[in-house]
Design a protein around this ligand. Structure first.
Ligand code: CFN
Ligand code: HCA
Length: 539
């Protein structure tokens, strides 16, 4: 039977109707009916209206947790009360190779200055110095990053001055601070920016050693959630592409220091790391392009794009061989699963890139995305435009330390000239081809930025999707309504979902979730006559 959908504009009206007029007016700008031909403007990256509960986190989460979190051998020291440290400790499923050759791994440790009231009153810099000394004495790390929590900014501790002083005192340890107080900016997004700036300023470019490799790339915006980076690394290696550095899944400080020796930056999650890519292009002449390893077709396309960029026949042939080797298993699983997943409905509300990327995988299963949105994406992520970031001060994020980056004539070696890039574009490879959520979604789908819990509940009530994708805070609320929730942040306990192997894992997990009869046993508050009873009768 063909399912009837409610009229999206009526759904939008109903969602807005509950709000006081001023709030409704503001929210209306963030809830838009998509049209891929004529992309409507969507309000994004603005302050969440006080009183509304949304999914967002803070700047500290974006800096400490997201960008620096997956680094193995940097001691990531939180300057703040213990709660901020504990709640940020190992909650993201960024994986490491436990027995890898990369040396020290501090990821499982929780480093904190454990600020007390006396530090709030009299200042915490002394305590911070002691903590750095203690971490140094215990571990002798190559680097220590200091992350400021809200009180640090409020009391005015100067983490950068402390970092400088301790760097000089200790001599052989790179120490740098991040002014990523939770209140900076409107979401995690500001924290990404701060992280990018400081890593670029204090780490990138310190090691000029040419470590060899014919096709050298950095993978930007891949954080190895559920082992995704391992799968991508496997594919790159199979193709003969050398990965110089990964920002920052399973990464080391040594990789970051050497990353400017790569020929090309490929970006998975543009939202969190575009600043780094732009700065590396300006200073070192390394071009960047977007790739997407979420989805089998997308993975194949991305490998081809990389090979095409290098204009090497052997590499292009090897990539085709790899794709041909990887695809059969993907096809056989799709063939099995497709009849059970085709036509099912998905909704995705996640972060700043996955709500878009994962639509590929659902598409491969014949599933439709009815509604989607980011927590903290910017308009360019929605609309599919390139915006040269930073280097001006954003109205919402005034406090962010801005970095002026200029081309370095000593080291500047444009990896490809503008003419070569223009020629490649003519030949079909536009490395600036820029994707966004809205051009890829159907007309009439609802795009909702920074969705509130109320709006999520309304969507579920009115559309009854077969699967809802979000995070841990939403998971059990949604499942109590009888709708399975797939966490696209942590993959629940699954993954990897990237690349070809990942696609297969995803197809199987989604098949199990959308076809499990257990959901019918749960009655949402608005369901009067029991779906539960129907199921019982079918036993
Ligand atoms: S791994 Fe990334 S892919 S970095 Fe970003 S925007 Fe978060 S932690 Mo959660 S899962 Fe999510 Fe993205 Fe980029 Fe992760 S969609 S919200 S800040 N994100
Ligand atoms: C963060 C991290 C997070 C949270 C996930 C969730 C992650 O935003 O601070 O809400 O389930 O991926 O771990 O996005």
């Amino acid at each position: 039977p063909v399912r009837k959908f409610p009229d999206p504009s009526a759904v939008r009206d109903e969602m807005l109707q509950k709000y006081p007029p001023k709030v409704a007016k503001k929210r209306a700008k963030s809830i838009v009916l998509n049209d891929p031909e004529e992309i409507p403007q969507v309000q994004a990256n603005t302050r969440t209206i006080p009183g509304i509960i949304t999914q967002r986190g803070c700047s500290y989460a974006g800096c400490k947790g997201v960008v620096l979190g997956p680094t193995r051998d940097i001691v990531n020291l939180v300057h703040g009360p213990i709660g901020c440290s504990f709640y940020a400790w190992l909650t993201r499923r960024n994986q490491t190779r436990p027995d890898g050759p990369e040396g020290a791994n501090y990821m499982t440790y929780c480093f904190s200055t454990d600020m007390q009231e006396e530090h709030i009153v009299f200042g915490g810099e002394k305590k911070l110095k002691q903590a750095i000394q203690e971490a140094y004495d215990l571990f002798h790390p190559k680097a220590i990053g200091i992350f400021s929590t809200c009180p640090v900014g409020l009391i005015g501790d100067d983490v950068h001055a402390v970092a400088r002083e301790m760097r000089e005192t200790l001599g052989d340890c790179n120490i740098f601070g991040f002014s990523c107080e939770g209140y900076k900016g409107v979401s995690q997004s500001a924290g990404h920016h701060i992280a990018n700036n400081q890593v670029f300023k204090h780490v990138v470019g310190l090691d000029d050693t040419d470590k060899g490799g014919k096709f050298k790339i950095n993978m930007l915006g891949e954080y190895n959630i559920g082992g995704d980076a391992f799968e991508i690394e496997r594919l790159l290696e199979k193709c003969g592409i050398t990965l110089v550095a990964s920002f920052s899944g399973n990464s080391t400080i040594g990789q970051f220091e050497n990353s400017h020796t790569a020929d090309l930056n490929v970006i998975m999650c543009h939202r969190s790391i575009n600043y780094m890519a732009e700065m590396m292009e300006t200073k070192y002449g390394i071009p960047w392009m977007k790739v997407n390893f979420i989805g089998a077709e997308a993975s194949a396309k991305s490998l081809r794009r990389i090979a095409r960029y290098f204009e090497d026949d052997e590499l292009m042939a090897r990539v085709e061989e790899v794709i041909a080797e990887e695809m059969p298993v993907v096809r056989s699983v799709v063939e099995d699963v497709y009849p059970r997943t085709k036509g099912k409905l998905a909704m995705l509300f996640v972060g700043g890139s996955r709500a878009h990327h994962y639509q590929e995988l659902f598409g491969e299963l014949g599933m439709e995305t009815l509604s989607a949105g980011y927590e903290f994406g910017h308009r360019d992520d929605y609309e599919g435009r390139r915006v040269i970031p930073s280097i001006k001060i954003d109205a919402d994020t005034k406090n962010i330390e801005e970095l002026k980056v200029t081309a370095d004539p000593e080291r500047y070696r444009p990896r490809k000239s503008e003419e070569d890039l223009a020629r490649l574009k003519e030949e079909g490879l536009d490395i600036r081809e820029y994707e966004g959520m809205m051009p890829d979604m159907k007309k009439g789908t609802l795009v909702i930025d920074d969705i509130s819990h109320y709006e999520s509940e309304k969507l579920i009530e009115l559309y009854k999707p077969d699967i809802f994708c979000a995070g841990i805070k939403e998971k059990y609320v949604v499942q109590k309504m009888g709708v399975p929730l797939k966490q696209l942040h942590s993959y629940d306990y699954g993954g990897p979902y990237a690349g070809f192997t990942g696609a297969v894992n995803f197809y199987k997990d989604i098949d199990r979730m959308v076809n499990s009869r257990v959901w019918k046993l749960i009655q949402a508050p608005w369901e009067e006559d029991g779906a539960a009873l129907e199921l019982e009768a079918s036993y």
